[in-house]
Design a protein around this ligand. Structure first.
Ligand code: ADP
Length: 166
C-alpha cells in the first residue's frame, strides 16, 4: 500500500444528499486525500448544473481539509490514472447497489488492473436515500429537507420557488 493514499469518490451528486456527505466524511478519515469527482455529461437529466454541484459540495466539505471537489468526463479509470489514484470509493446501500457496483468495479479493474474499488456500507439512517428520490420529492412539491443538507435545501427553494413554498 502506498504511503500516501489518494482515493476518488465519483458520482453524479445531483443533488448531494446526506448519504453522500456521510460517505465523504467517513471516506476522508480512511485516506490522505479524497477527490470527490462529479461526472460531467451524464445521460441522466440533471437537476443542478455541474458548476452548482461543485459549489454545493465545496461548501459542504469546507471543514474537511483533505477533501477536494473536482469534475471529470470520459472514463473513470483514465481520470484516476491522470490523478495518480488507484483507489475508487463507492457506497453500497442495498443488494441492487451491490449488483451494479460489483459489475462496475470488475469492469474498471479489467480496464486498469491497478484499480481497487473500496466500498463503504451506507449508514442505516441513509440507506434508503438517493438523489433520484430527492428529485422526485422536489418535483412533486414535497419537502426534502430531512434528506439533503441546508445549503442544498436553499438551492432547491431558489430553483423551484413556487413548488417549494406552498
Ligand atoms: P451515480 O450516478 O454514480 O450512482 P450517485 O451520486 O447517485 O452517482 O452516487 C454516487 C455514489 O454514492 C454511489 O456509489 C452510490 O452508491 C453512493 N451513494 C448514493 N447515495 C448514498 C447513500 N444514501 N448512502 C451511501 N452511499 C450513497
Amino acid at each position: 500500500m502506498p504511503n500516501s493514499l489518494t482515493a476518488i469518490y465519483p458520482g453524479s451528486f445531483d443533488p448531494p444528499t446526506k448519504g453522500h456527505l456521510d460517505l465523504i466524511a467517513r471516506g476522508s478519515r480512511l485516506v490522505n486525500h479524497l477527490i470527490v469527482a462529479i461526472l460531467k455529461n451524464t445521460q441522466k437529466q440533471a437537476l443542478f448544473a455541474l458548476e452548482e454541484r461543485v459549489e454545493m459540495l465545496k461548501e459542504l466539505t469546507a471543514h474537511l481539509p483533505n477533501v477536494e471537489i473536482a469534475s471529470f468526463d470520459g472514463l473513470l479509470v483514465d481520470y484516476a490514472a491522470r490523478r495518480g489514484a488507484d483507489t475508487i470509493l463507492r457506497g453500497i446501500r442495498d443488494v441492487s447497489d451491490y449488483e451494479s457496483e460489483l459489475r462496475m468495479a470488475l469492469l474498471n479493474r479489467r480496464m486498469r488492473p491497478e484499480t481497487e474499488t473500496v466500498f463503504l456500507m451506507a449508514s442505516a439512517e441513509c440507506s434508503f436515500l438517493s438523489s433520484r428520490m430527492v428529485k422526485e420529492i422536489v418535483m412533486l412539491g414535497g419537502d426534502a429537507s430531512a434528506f439533503v443538507p441546508e445549503p442544498v435545501v436553499r438551492r432547491i427553494q431558489a430553483k423551484f420557488p413556487t413548488v417549494t413554498k406552498r
